[in-house]
Design a protein around this ligand. Structure first.
Ligand SMILES: Cc1cc2nc3c(=O)[nH]c(=O)nc-3n(C[C@H](O)[C@H](O)[C@H](O)COP(=O)(O)OP(=O)(O)OC[C@H]3O[C@@H](n4cnc5c(N)ncnc54)[C@H](O)[C@@H]3O)c2cc1C
Ligand SMILES: [Zn+2]
Length: 619
């Protein structure tokens, strides 16, 4: 009889952890390599699980694929490791005399950062291992610990094409009942069934308690059976190891409850031992599977209020209808806020719509932009536009930060990748990049729907207005515009550009973007000296100054005041070029020299006033 016919009539018991039992060989060790160097040890683990009552055992091949083995320089051993794994499992079965099924394990690759591996890389990696395992005589396959549903669906389709053997697919949950991308477990399992998985379920990450609650939300499926492989418990971290604690009696009771939720294949994942498996086998092996169950509906997101403490309309609405000026004033690199605050006050008095506060630009630590935002808001009622990079915060930190911004009543965010750490003051520091700028924009928009990254209700909807970065200083403007279109699809409400230094380029940018529905704030940064101009021209990627601008700055020579006046004059002529094409002007204050951006703000206002007066006199 095959595995699936057997499952028609009874509950089968899977095995438990392999990896955590092998910790004694070192946490950083490649556990699959032990198939070659310690085959007896692996066989003993299988035998212990078979003795405990496991009807289905897994080959020790969880990470025996190119991507994972190459981390240990073991990619050339891939074939040996996989083939040997099957042989060891079969020998364990033979020695024991009982007849458990031997299934080939292929583990998932992606974790939270989808972009770490493309689907093509994953598919290639999967195929290789699948073909090796297919060359052996197995009773089925288990694809386990898949956090990313897209990945699991892609590899399941490959496996389903290649083999008629039973396929078990186990996802790993983000939190109870929900996958990492917010998909409900019940929906995910249905999709896997539709793609041809014979057994679908969950493994790893959560202990029995949360897995049980998750299964309560899953109906019995038409064709596929349900499986559950909980961890021993939630882990604690001790001496560099994840430690799991739970006794066998608890697993005995939980196995009975898994059965009541329709699980037909019940095993264990990290932290479980032969003792846990034995307890579960004793609990349910003699009981018939259930054929009907009541499903609990998951928490639905109702009555989520928008708490709009932002009385004025969002910037992207303001700039659609009237002239709008935002000014960047960088948070100080050293402690002490005096000059910054004086500048912020002067800019407020000059009539800017918002002050934009960089997030450690050029990957250099500065006073937190939220601290600066809080002060300028409290002291001068100035609207802060907060830059938020993916560089310094992981997915936990980003979400916590967004909740904090909402709580403080700051709703204007520029969502960006962030300059990489290696260009800044601490080149050895990590750049996190759990998310790309596209993902961050989508995440913020999901917050506006009242949901966290995983789809968990936030209790309130946020009302962030999301700006995205536009770098027009690239060789192929059309490609940059494509990125803008993608950012709009993710939910960007408007764009803010890098500074531009040529009238011609301003017109080109207008022509290339005039079809976009979202407004653009055009970046203008006054030059302060010839050295500053030469640095920007020669060393800032993508930015080229025209010869006439460079020679105007050069003529000012070392006379600082003259150079500043020349820089301002150039900035004004760039404003002239942008004036009728873009409502939004983004002025960047160089080196906290706020008097320059104050003067440019006044210049824009005067131009606007003159334009209005001309209009009125025409009427
Ligand atoms: C207005 C503004 C404010 C900024 N503020 C900060 C800040 O506060 N802190 C900070 O650290 N950084 C800041 N930056 C820099 C920014 O984080 C990025 O490094 C860069 O500008 C890319 O924009 P993005 O973050 O939206 O990334 P994306 O558009 O997502 O680009 C990500 C990557 O793709 C590359 N890329 C972009 N366009 C193209 C293209 N056309 N072709 C090929 N590759 C491309 C980029 O070089 C980058 O490596 C700011 C940039 C702008 C325009
Ligand atoms: Zn596990």
């Amino acid at each position: 009889m095959g595995l699936l016919e057997d499952l028609q009539n009874r509950i089968l018991i899977g095995d438990g952890a392999t990896g955590t039992l092998l910790y004694s060989y070192g946490v950083d060790r490649c556990f699959e390599e032990l198939n070659l160097s310690k085959p007896e040890e692996i066989k003993q683990i299988h035998s212990a699980y078979i003795d405990a009552g496991a009807n289905v055992i897994q080959t020790n091949t969880y990470g025996a694929n190119y991507i994972k083995l190459s981390r240990y320089g073991l990619e050339d051993e891939m074939k040996n490791i996989n083939i040997k794994a099957v042989q060891i499992a079969k020998e364990a079965v033979k020695t024991n005399g009982s007849q458990p099924y031997v299934i080939g394990t292929i583990g998932g690759i992606r974790s939270i950062r989808k972009s770490a591996y493309t689907l093509d890389e994953i598919k290639r990696n999967f195929r290789e291992q699948l073909y090796l395992l297919l060359s052996e005589d197995l009773d089925g396959f288990i694809l386990e610990t898949y956090y990313d549903l897209e990945e699991l669906k892609a590899v399941l389709q490959i496996a389903r094409k290649e083999t008629e053997l039973p396929i078990i697919t186990n996802v790993s949950l983000h939190e109870q009942g929900v996958l990492q991308d917010g998909t409900l477990l019940a929906d995910a399992l249905k999709e896997l069934e539709d793609l041809g998985a014979d057994v679908v379920g969950i493994n790893c990450r959560l202990g029995p308690y949360h897995m049980l609650q998750s299964l309560e939300q899953v109906p019995l499926l038409k064709k596929a059976y349900l499986s559950v492989y909980p961890n021993g418990s939630l882990p604690s971290y001790e001496n560099g190891r994840l430690v799991y604690e739970s006794d066998e009696q608890y697993f005995f009771e939980m196995a009975l409850k898994f059965r009541e939720q329709g699980a037909r294949l019940i095993g264990g994942c990290c932290g479980t031992t032969p003792k846990h498996i034995q307890a579960m086998a004793q609990a349910v092996s003699h009981l018939a599977p259930i054929t009907e169950k009541k499903v609990k509906t998951p928490d639905v997101k109702t009555n989520i209020e928008i708490h709009n403490r932002n009385a004025s309309p969002p910037l992207h609405e303001i700039v659609k209808t009237k002239r709008s000026i935002i000014v960047e004033l960088d948070p100080p690199k050293k402690l002490g806020m005096d000059k910054f605050l004086t500048g912020a006050k002067a800019l407020k008095n000059a009539g800017i719509d918002a002050i934009t506060l960089a997030d450690n630009s050029l990957a250099t630590p500065r006073i937190s932009n939220v601290a600066c935002a809080t002060l300028v808001h409290q002291k001068y009622n100035l609207r802060p536009l907060i830059h938020l990079t993916c560089r310094d915060r992981n997915l936990i930190g980003l979400q916590s930060h967004l909740m904090g911004l909402h709580t403080l009543g700051f709703h204007d965010i520029l969502a960006i990748t962030g300059d990489p750490s290696k260009i800044g003051d601490f080149p050895g520091a990590t750049s996190v990049y759990d998310l790309s700028s596209f993902d961050l924009i989508s995440l913020i928009k999901q917050f506006n729907e009242g949901m966290s990254y995983s789809g968990k209700p936030l209790g309130e909807k946020t009302n962030f207005s999301v700006a995205a970065a536009f770098n027009p200083n690239v060789r192929h403007l059309d490609k940059a515009v494509k990125r803008l279109e993608k950012k709009i699809a993710c939910g960007a409400d408007y764009f803010i550009t890098q500074p531009l230094y040529s009238e011609k380029q301003i017109e080109e940018v207008y022509e290339a973007t005039k079809h976009l529905p979202t407004p653009i704030y055009l970046g203008i940064m006054p030059l302060t000296s010839s050295r500053n101009a030469e640095f920007i021209h020669n060393e800032v990627p993508g930015i080229k100054l025209s010869n006439s601008i460079r020679s105007r700055m050069a003529e000012a020579g070392s006379d600082k005041e003259k150079a500043k006046r020349e820089g301002l004059a150039i900035a004004k002529s760039l404003i002239d070029a942008a004036f009728d094409l873009f409502n939004g002007i983004y002025l960047i204050t160089p080196f906290l020299q706020y008097e320059l951006t104050v003067e440019l703000t006044k210049y824009v206002h005067e131009k606007e006033k003159a334009k209005l007066e001309r209009k009125i006199s025409h009427v």
